[in-house]
Design a protein around this ligand. Structure first.
Ligand SMILES: [Zn+2]
Ligand SMILES: [Zn+2]
Length: 267
């Protein structure tokens, strides 16, 4: 694969503090055409924008992850708008959404708070005319409900990142016109905790015209590198795995997913 696009990773995170530049250059010299770093808080959104300003092939998506919905102070939304407007390398609002998985570190953030922050960011995306990059973990029904309720202000559509859930949920997401992103966890055997459908089943059921590739680096490292820090260069493995599951050539996957990413984010 020559020109893959990683539509969702976090090169601005602490684990890349020492070697972000090396990791980015390696990816860009090894067949990754474009890297989009996504924010999860005001701080990491700002750092994603800084990286995007530094490299021509890097872009940023800014937003508050549902995990951080309980740590916001008054005026956070105005700050987010300011960050989003600070650079023309900002191509979307994300990762936003809902997360009902109970994490060992912080449990589940109050769902009401998550919903408020998600809804406010849908308004911001609408105001700035930017597409959405949605994070969903075991909260698919509530996310769909909010999207349907707010449908009149969802003008640019977008994508669900790190797609999970069942085939019915996938079909609902596709019917609404959204694209779906897959990561290195599609190389893992079995089914993740709390899920009932193997990711390969979702890859099979999603048309290639709606799929985009991502790494979520430093997380979700694909096999055979599982256990070490993930890097953007491994988006190539994600592409190969999609090709294998769907019986397509690597070129078909590369061309279609890049075309999709460019269409969503206007790259
Ligand atoms: Zn996420
Ligand atoms: Zn992420």
């Amino acid at each position: 694969m020559e020109f893959m696009i990683d539509v969702h990773c976090h090169m601005q995170f602490h684990s890349f503090k020492k070697d972000a530049d090396e990791v980015i250059k390696k990816a860009l010299h090894s067949g990754v055409e474009v890297i989009i770093n996504t924010g999860t808080s005001l701080e990491s959104s700002e750092s994603a924008v800084k990286l995007a300003e530094k490299y021509e092939k890097l872009y940023a998506i800014v937003g508050i992850h549902p995990h951080h919905a309980d740590k916001l102070k008054d005026g956070w939304d105005k700050k987010l708008i300011k960050i989003a407007k600070s650079s023309n390398k900002v191509v979307g609002i994300g990762e936003i959404g809902l997360d009902y998985y109970s994490y060992a570190s912080n449990g589940i953030v109050d769902p009401q708070m998550q919903k408020q922050v998600f809804e406010r960011q849908l308004e911001i995306a609408n105001e700035l005319e930017l597409p959405l990059q949605i994070h969903n973990r075991q909260a698919g029904d509530d996310i769909l409900k909010i999207i349907n309720d707010k449908w009149s202000i969802i003008n640019r559509g977008g994508m669900f990142h790190c797609m999970s859930g069942n085939v019915e949920f996938l079909n609902n997401v596709l019917d609404l016109g959204f694209y779906v992103g897959f990561d290195g966890n599609i190389t893992y055997e079995g089914i993740a905790k709390g899920e009932d459908t193997p990711l390969s089943e979702l890859v099979k059921n999603a048309p290639i015209e709606r799929i985009v590739t991502e790494t979520d680096a430093p997380f979700l490292t694909p096999i055979p590198f599982r256990g070490s820090r993930n890097e953007s260069v491994h988006v190539i493995i994600v592409g190969s795995q999609i090709a294998k599951i769907k019986g397509l050539t690597q070129e078909e996957v590369e061309n279609k997913t890049s075309e999709n990413a460019r269409r969503i984010f206007n790259l």
